[in-house]
Design a protein around this ligand. Structure first.
Ligand code: BGC
Ligand code: BGC
Length: 594
């Protein structure tokens, strides 16, 4: 077992360029079709059959947020599917295995039964790089159990406006927190060495400034995929530091953002991708475009491909029109719009990661190690997630020492739409791309955790709306946001839902002491409930282990979490940090304890 202090002891990764002599020899024998195949990444859901991996010499596949195995969503179905593609890859002429990429952004979150960790916003509140690294090591092991070898994580976005639907994917609004925790996540995912059979290739995203977009600048009128209108000094100060530390930690891949910088799409920016990232920071791995992102560049498909690859993109997440991509890219090369040296550089960068992962070692099987299935979602893994949960909770209010609760109380009432809802507790990017209320996977809800934590004499009753408190002197309300992901989560209105406010008010009117637990992907406006709650806990999107919440409510562990985002007042006229009209309710760094 890795020691908890791995953060300090992690050795530096072998430099990716050290594989270049072998790669040069391999490249010399590759046809143009084989090179182009390495640069193409379709989403598996659009392939007609695994045979296409062979016929197009595909170098990589992904599963997008809803791209599940046709045989279902369990561990075996995932493993069989990914192995099926890998088996096709190793029967090609050059036997180059594929990189299989997936959004394991808080655990291996597409697979039923995986350990689901708090989303990054909660991990940010822990301020604990060692814990982030241990969580990432477990994610890498569970991903490896299914045969995937590449994750689109960590997200080192630095969100500046919490109306953005991806706020929770960021550790913090502060580059200092992001810098430290992003690097820790890379060390955990890639371990001490990428050729550790339990390591996965990390992908730092979304380069750069994805969290800095101006309100109203996105296609849909809000923030996601919009335009970051800041000068270069600001871009470097706020949005770039996370890339410097993660590249230093050995990150093998980086995903350029859908968003623009001062009107120019990052996916087409030579200055950002080649100038700053590759030449200045010295990134030796490869760039993978975001999902159909190059289709958003100006011009026709030829122009989009040429522009992006000439600017430094190495692999393209297509995801659907792979035949058109392959054909068009080939034309661009044959017509001289894309120089062969750029193609060779892109393929070299991709192959570096394959060598580093040990995939090019013919004595090592690229298939899943099914021996890892035993520990998938195991008690031991969940114990670490539980530790993350309790360290991520931020106590915002605690009048008259309302918390901790005595676990010997005669009667506790647990209310609220999210009290017994694992899906709301996990948020977006959990089994479904957008997440789903209900019970999408295995885990423990907060209601179940309270039931487990109390003494056998304690009666625990429950209601969704806070009615029927009866003689309970303690009432816990679990309220907040429902799951969302990406642009669907953009919103102009961060007020709590009226039913949440009604639940808390009803509880207060019953005369009970009220503990409000807020599940949300960002700070939300809580003025409507603040006068009615004796204690308020921001629990973010804690994931599958509700026990971590009970640990803190009952005082087994004292709260240590600190806000990694400023918490605004509802009276704010803007929620873009630093702009006039932004009013603060709780400062960055707030967090009470007992
Ligand atoms: C998201 C990325 C994600 C990719 C693959 C995109 O829409 O922006 O964060 O890695 O899809 O699912
Ligand atoms: C996919 C996501 C992807 C999104 C991009 C969805 O269909 O499942 O992974 O991020 O499309 O718009």
């Amino acid at each position: 077992m890795p020691s908890p202090d791995v953060a300090q002891s992690a050795a530096a990764q072998r430099p990716l360029t050290s594989f270049d002599p072998q790669i040069r020899r391999l490249l010399a024998g590759m046809t143009l079709d084989e090179k182009i195949g390495q640069m193409a990444q379709p989403d598996q859901e659009f392939l007609k059959s695994p045979e296409e991996v062979k016929s197009y010499f595909l170098g990589s596949l992904l599963s997008g947020g809803d791209s599940d195995p046709r045989a279902g969503n369990g561990l075996t179905a995932w493993t069989d599917m990914i192995d099926g593609y890998q088996k096709a890859a190793v029967t090609t002429r050059l036997r180059i295995p594929i990189l299989y990429g997936i959004d394991a952004v808080h655990g291996h979150n597409n697979v039923i039964g995986a350990t689901i960790f708090p989303h990054n916003i909660g991990m940010g509140a822990t301020r604990d790089p060692g814990l982030v690294e241990r969580a990432a090591r477990i994610t890498s092991e569970e991903v490896r159990a299914t045969g995937a070898n590449w994750v689109f994580a960590p997200c080192v976005t630095v969100p500046q406006d919490i109306r953005w639907g991806r706020t929770y994917e960021g550790f913090s609004e502060s580059p200092d927190v992001v810098k430290a925790l992003g690097a820790a996540a890379v060390r955990g995912l890639q371990r001490d060495s990428l050729d550790d059979p339990l390591a996965v290739l990390a992908c730092v995203k979304h380069f750069v400034g994805d969290g800095g977009t101006a309100w109203g600048s996105s296609g849909k009128g809000m923030l996601d995929q919009g335009d970051t209108r800041v000068d270069e000094a600001t871009l470097r100060r706020i949005h770039l530091p996370g890339y410097v530390t993660t590249v230093k930690a050995g990150a093998g891949t980086i995903m350029p953002s859908y968003s623009s910088w001062n009107g120019e799409k990052v996916s087409g920016s030579e200055k950002l991708m080649t100038g700053i990232l590759k030449n200045e920071i010295g990134f030796q791995g490869f760039l993978i475009s975001d999902y159909a992102a190059i289709d958003q560049l100006p011009g026709n498909y030829k122009q989009q491909i040429t522009r992006s690859i000439n600017a430094g993109m190495d692999m393209v997440m297509i995801p659907k029109k792979y035949v058109e991509f392959i054909t068009t890219l080939k034309q661009c090369v044959q017509e001289g719009q894309l120089p062969m040296v750029r193609i060779d550089d892109a393929v070299t960068r991709i192959l570096r990661t394959k060598f580093a992962l040990g995939l090019m070692n013919a004595k090592r099987s690229p298939l899943a190690d099914r021996g890892l299935h035993n520990a998938f979602g195991s008690e031991g893994h969940r114990a670490v997630a539980r530790e993350c949960v309790r360290a991520s909770l931020v106590l915002l209010k605690n009048d008259n020492q309302a918390l901790p609760l005595a676990n010997s109380a005669a009667h506790i009432h647990v209310a609220g739409k999210s009290a017994d809802d694992l899906g709301n507790q996990c948020g977006g990017w959990t089994i479904r791309w957008q997440g789903a209320s209900g019970r999408p996977t295995d885990g423990t809800t907060i209601l179940e955790a309270v039931q487990r934590a109390v003494s056998p004499k304690t009666r625990v009753t429950t209601s969704v709306d806070g009615s029927g408190v009866g003689d309970a002197k303690i009432a816990i309300a679990v309220i907040g946001e429902k799951p969302y992901a990406e642009g669907m989560g953009d919103t102009a209105d961060l007020h709590l839902a009226p039913e949440d406010v009604a639940t808390v008010t009803r509880l207060k009117n019953s005369g009970a002491k009220v503990i409000a637990v807020i599940l949300s992907g960002r700070p939300v406006f809580i003025e409507d409930i603040l006068p009615h709650a004796d204690a308020v806990v921001a629990a973010w999107l804690p994931g599958s282990e509700g026990d971590g919440v009970a640990d803190v409510l009952f005082g087994t562990y004292k709260p240590t979490g600190k806000l990694s985002f400023t918490w605004p007042k509802a009276s704010s006229t803007t929620l873009h940090r630093g702009d006039a009209g932004y009013e603060t309710l709780f400062d960055f760094g707030t967090g009470l304890s007992y």
